[in-house]
Write a protein that binds this ligand. Structure first.
Ligand code: NAP
Length: 235
């Protein structure tokens, strides 16, 4: 096992849902956390820095990572989690939702990881975990643009594994099925509240993120797929 005590993490989309669960799980293990979201919530955690940051803005992401390193003196873990989902056919997806999904899920992930990479290389034990999705492994009906953004994240993280392995930085895609969060519940985004019954919790996903991060340093988890028992595996 890798002991996380004393490490420093940067988590995007940390104000609620999966990101908040990951932040709490890391904090429980003694990790200091920079918590980035538009609301800048620090979740009231010890050794946490709430950072107001829109991941669509490279300057804001770079400033948030810099603040984390200035405050805690190093950076070992990047959890690229911020994301939005709008579930519609391609023709029915509003253009502003297309832009939001590509900008937040894909460009926001690229920006967050890019800003963290120099610090992760400098760390003796760097880790990147990307919160992708089952929608990044399979084409799913009624969520074409979301799938496109998630396939992009998966491809990015797989490519980074080649780029960063020689620097001792591990790269993992975590690909959940349905998780009961606010995600895609907003008006017009397409996931009705009743579908949340039976879904996994943010804590379920956080436990998998922790599993990846705590593996002994002689190996890495490239990709994990987890699905609620109420959801089929689609072959
Ligand atoms: P959530 O509960 O809606 O939380 C999304 C988080 O992202 C919030 O903290 C939000 O904070 C932040 N965020 C959204 N837009 C942002 C922006 N432009 N800049 C910075 N932060 C932003 O969603 P979730 O279910 O936890 O989803 C987290 C990740 O898991 C996403 O990448 C999602 O695609 C993925 N995922 C979710 C599910 C699921 O069923 N829920 C399944 C598979 C994968 P602010 O509003 O404060 O900015």
């Amino acid at each position: 096992m890798t002991d996380l005590q004393g490490k420093v993490a940067f988590v995007t989309g940390a104000s609620r849902g999966i990101g908040a669960a990951v932040a709490r799980a890391l904090s429980n293990e003694g990790v200091a956390v920079g918590l980035a979201s538009r609301s800048g919530d620090d979740l009231g955690l010890p050794d946490a820095l709430g950072l107001t940051c829109d991941v669509r803005r490279l300057d804001q992401v770079e400033a948030a990572v810099a603040s984390t390193v200035t405050r805690f003196g190093r950076l070992d873990i990047c959890v690229a989690n911020a994301g939005v989902g709008s579930y519609h056919s391609l023709a029915d997806t509003p253009v502003e939702h297309i832009e939001e999904m590509i900008d937040v899920n894909l460009k926001g992930t690229i920006y967050a990881i890019r800003a963290c990479v120099p610090h992760l290389i400098a760390s003796p034990e760097g880790d990147i975990v990307t919160l992708a999705s089952e929608a990044g492994r399979r084409g799913l009906p009624g969520e074409a643009v979301y799938c496109a953004s998630k396939f992009g994240q998966v491809g990015l993280t797989r490519a980074l594994d080649h780029e960063l392995r020689e620097h001792g930085v591990r790269c993992s895609n975590v690909c959940p099925g349905g998780v009961a969060t606010d995600f895609a519940l907003a008006d017009g985004y397409g996931r009705p509240p009743e579908v949340l019954a039976g879904m996994m919790s943010g804590d379920d996903v956080a436990a998998v993120v922790l599993f990846c991060l705590t593996r002994p340093r002689n190996h890495r988890i490239l990709e994990t797929a987890l699905r609620p028992m109420t959801e089929a595996s689609w072959g």
